[in-house]
Design a protein around this ligand. Structure first.
Ligand SMILES: Cc1ncc(C[n+]2csc(CCOP(=O)(O)OP(=O)(O)O)c2C)c(N)n1
Length: 659
């Protein structure tokens, strides 16, 4: 192995050596502890330390790094106290996730490290958002994100590189090519000669280096950083290395040919660097045990300190509370005057425009939303007023863009992501469910992202442009879900969603866009998330509904003036207003839950179960549900009409009242 120190002096080299030794010696200790059963799972990075350590040394401390499960060297090189790392691994109260997640699955703003989620690829897009925030704020910074060669097969890799290229984001995508993804060798993972060759396809630069040579890693990344900070653009860096132990300690290495271990043992990053330093006379042989002793003593004391820390005492209130960033809804709202008569769609547009004016750090992203104004023209004219950097057309990559939205939020911005149709959220599902929703619970980081979801039926658009999918999200703690049915609520809830630092899924009904209008305050009046609205008072039965269902119920009530029906518009589904529903049902003694979504496991099931459990003694009839057919939603008008819950509303109300 050839080392080139360039301008590094002896002191620098000794500093590097100690940084390189630290993760190796910690790992050696971890292996002993594992055998003693004193810690759980461990993903070894032995033999790969030069990448984590060399790259971290090449980053400024105010630049973000997004490491993977084998990159202990990133954490130690950023000088995170060992006791905190050990507390994290042992699931202790002083760990970064307070026992809620394992190993390196955490982030820390203090050290500018954003940890992975188990799904491997999603963090690549987070790096895009982080870098975008730096570019927008005109901070000359680089972002470094790691991936294993296995995870390059995930779509996340493609989306993140493509976005970074199109948007010229200063991100280093570092592939740690260690030969195996669990038991899968590289020739079963990809079929190109070198992964770095993929850079050409994305229109970006690529380099391939010896990942076991700490100086090569350091100098390469330092040089790339100096260049991309000034001239922002992504670079793909493939670092060749080898995984010297099993995927995790329990899984063994039987599938790896012995000669590979022997060959790579000769390229060990620590031993080779040590030899170089000795040959160059930078260190003397007798210094090595002294350095090691210093480190092992530190490891021992830190470990014992944490091992003896009291264990977590489970507390339900704390767990539930920590799903969300605490948020105080503004106590006083401005008077809602004057008001202008507006269509539902214009109320959304109005709310967005006011939010963009109010929050200079708010960015909207979506397909065709810039000059074109969006598929429904909601952002028409926004580019002229706010500029393209904040009103961003995106490539077709829902996952990458939700991830980039989260990255923006991690780095001081607020993001709105527009799904062109709510149906396409399936392609961004993982980022929403596993990243947006779970981050605050895991490491107390708010994720200030609103996902706008043009939803629903009534336009004959068929199975992929009109389904109702709110129930996919209402069962995910960590998200808030709102679903306005009227123009004023559409604006007020949108403003509230943007104000709230938690991830909010905002449903906007396409059929209502241009079919209904109402008075909407001209000023920015927020409507509190979680509060229902009684849109019609009544005494005979409560119809609990939301979205288009509210209008079906109103239409029915209008046709039947002889009935005294109470109609509750939930407006928010997560959290939802238990109190308003309970009060109404206690008064009327009959409840019908109505929604546009298919019946089975639709959100109405939750409401019905709650009423049955909490209002049983007040009920004069069983709680009834009226939902759409348990089929996919068809295109043909007659089929769609038959599918929708509205077709069965009359008979369900009659049944309920006749019981
Ligand atoms: C989406 C997803 N699929 C499968 C897994 C299981 N898994 C965890 S790590 C791993 C191998 C990853 O290989 P690579 O990206 O090369 O990283 P390495 O472990 O070699 O460092 C697999 C298959 C996972 N965590 N996430």
């Amino acid at each position: 192995m050839i080392f080139d120190r360039k301008s590094l002096n002896n002191e620098n080299l000794i500093f590097f050596y100690k940084k390189l030794l630290l993760p190796r010696l910690i790992e050696e200790k971890m292996l002993i502890l594992l055998r003693q059963g004193r810690i759980g799972k461990w993903f070894s990075g032995i033999g790969q330390e030069a990448i984590a350590v060399g790259s971290t040394l090449a980053m400024q401390n105010d630049e973000y790094i997004l490491p993977m499960h084998r990159n202990l060297g990133v954490f130690t090189t950023r000088d995170i106290p060992l006791s905190r790392l050990m507390a994290q691994w042992q699931g202790k109260p002083s760990g970064f996730t307070k026992g809620r997640d394992r190993s390196f699955h955490f982030g820390t703003q203090e050290y500018k490290i954003i940890g992975m989620i188990s799904h491997l690829g999603p963090q690549l897009a987070l790096a895009d958002g982080i870098a975008l925030a730096d570019v927008l704020a005109e901070r000359k910074r680089s972002t470094l994100v790691f991936t294993g060669e296995g995870a390059t097969s995930e779509g996340d890799f493609h989306e993140a590189l493509n976005i970074a290229s199109v948007w010229k984001l200063p991100v280093i995508f570092l592939i740690e090519n260690n030969g195996y993804g669990l038991s899968t060798p590289v020739n079963e993972q990809y079929n190109c000669l070198k992964l770095v060759d993929k850079a050409v396809g994305y229109g970006i630069e690529g380099r391939r280096i010896d990942g076991n040579n700490i100086l090569e890693v350091y100098h390469t990344i330092k040089e790339i950083n100096e260049s991309i900070r000034e001239n922002p653009r992504p670079v793909l860096l493939e670092c060749m290395t080898f995984r010297m132990r099993g995927h995790e300690e329990a899984s063994g290495t039987k599938y790896v040919p012995q000669n590979l271990f022997e060959w790579w043992a000769g390229k060990d990053p620590v031993a080779n660097f040590e030899k170089y330093l000795l040959d160059e006379g930078v260190i003397r042989p007798e210094w090595i045990p002294v350095f090691k002793k210093e480190i092992t003593t530190l490891i021992e004391t830190e470990f014992e300190k944490v091992y003896n820390e009291v264990d977590i005492i489970p507390d339900i209130a704390t767990e539930v509370r920590d799903m969300y960033q605490p948020y105080q809804f503004p106590v006083s709202q401005p008077a809602a005057i004057p008001a202008t008569h507006k269509r539902y769609i214009d109320a959304i547009s109005d709310g967005l425009r006011q939010a963009m004016r109010k929050h200079p750090n708010l960015v909207i992203m979506g397909q065709d939303i810039a000059e074109y104004g969006g598929a429904f023209k909601i952002t028409q004219g926004f580019v002229e007023e706010f500029g393209k950097p904040r009103v961003r057309n995106t490539p077709i990559c829902e996952s990458g863009i939700v991830g980039a939205g989260m990255g923006l939020a991690l780095n001081g911005y607020k993001a709105i992501v527009e799904m062109q149709f709510a149906d396409f959220v399936t392609c961004g599902f993982n980022q929403i469910i596993n990243n947006l929703a779970k981050t605050h619970y895991r490491w107390a980081q708010a994720v200030d992202v609103v996902v706008r979801m043009p939803t629903g039926a009534g336009t004959g658009a068929g199975p992929f442009h009109s389904q109702s999918n709110e129930a996919w999200f209402t069962k995910t703690p960590g998200l808030k879900v709102v679903y306005p049915a009227f123009p004023a609520d559409a604006k007020g809830l949108l403003l509230a969603a943007i104000d709230d630092p938690n991830p909010v899924i905002y449903f906007e009904h396409k059929y209502l866009y241009r079919s209904i209008s109402g008075d909407v305050p001209d000023n920015d009046v927020l409507i509190e998330i979680g509060k229902a609205n009684i849109v019609k008072q009544g005494t005979q039965a409560s119809i609990i509904t939301f979205g288009l269902g509210v209008h079906w119920a109103l239409e029915y009530a209008e046709k039947h003036p002889e009935l005294s029906l109470e109609i509750i518009d939930l407006r928010s589904l997560l959290p939802w207003d238990h109190e308003a529903v309970e009060e109404s049902v206690k008064k009327t003694g009959r409840a019908l839950v109505l929604h546009e979504d298919t019946l089975t496991s639709g959100f109405g099931a939750e409401i019905a179960a709650h009423i049955a459990e909490h209002c049983f003694k007040y009920l004069d009839a069983p709680v009834m549900r009226c939902g759409s057919l348990d089929t996919a939603i068809p295109m043909n008008k007659a089929l769609e009409d038959q599918f929708l819950a509205k077709a069965r509303l009359d008979e369900t109300v009659e049944k309920l009242l006749a019981y």
